[in-house]
Unconditional design. Structure first.
Length: 214
């Protein structure tokens, strides 16, 4: 019975790893669609979000079933509780990537990001992808040390977000209102993606040590 229990836990962990891959891919592809004004890629990200949502529901259902059937304690219980929270962060991040793709699709064939802000937005995209690679590593390897370091990367995202907002404010008189709104939303989407990556890292610390972070 215990062997089956741990096999079930490993299955759920593997599914969460698959979900990480899907969300990382969505973030990377939506960023390319945004910066390259690629409608086809944007459509692919939007369509694939359904796959993310379905996998989230599947993982949550299996985690609940294991918890009810086995009534785990200590670290095993923390893992199942943490999985619920991590899956929620993954799902929301997939939705944010979809929102970025929708911005690219809505403005096609025009570029959403003007040349004056392209470098900042590209840096935000790169930082988001780096945070998610590290969050994935943290989960797969239960790497508490790396988990604690994600806050510093999140500070970098916050700094880029402030730079983007400042550029929007400074250029408000010369740019279209629609562009200013789009950039404000995009900045917020990337900031929230980063926040979810950090929240996942904090959950891994909790799973591994029992320490509540954040």
């Amino acid at each position: 019975m215990r062997n089956r229990f741990h096999e079930d836990l490993e299955t759920v962990a593997g599914q969460v790893g698959e979900l990480f891959g899907l969300v990382e891919r969505a973030i990377a592809r939506s960023s390319r669609a945004l910066l390259d004004a690629d409608r086809e890629l944007a459509e692919a990200v939007i369509s694939e979000d359904l796959r993310i949502d379905l996998l989230c529901r599947q993982i949550e259902a299996e985690a609940i079933e294991i918890q009810m059937r086995q009534q785990p304690v200590a670290r095993d219980l923390r893992l199942l509780l943490g999985v619920h929270r991590i899956v929620a962060d993954l799902e929301r991040s997939g939705d944010l990537a979809k929102n970025i793709a929708k911005q690219a699709r809505r403005r096609h064939p025009s570029a959403v990001v003007p040349s004056t802000c392209r470098e900042t937005v590209a840096s935000m995209a790169q930082t988001a992808q780096s945070l998610w690679r590290h969050a994935h590593q943290v989960f797969d390897e239960e790497d508490v040390e790396t988990a604690r370091g994600l806050d510093a990367e999140d500070d970098q995202m916050d700094s880029l977000h402030r730079s983007l907002l400042l550029a929007v404010i400074e250029g408000a008189g010369a740019s279209e209102v629609e562009t200013a709104i789009d950039l404000t939303l995009i900045g917020r989407f990337y900031e929230r993606i980063a926040d979810h990556a950090v929240a996942i890292a904090h959950q891994v610390v909790y799973i591994s040590t029992g320490e509540v972070v954040g």
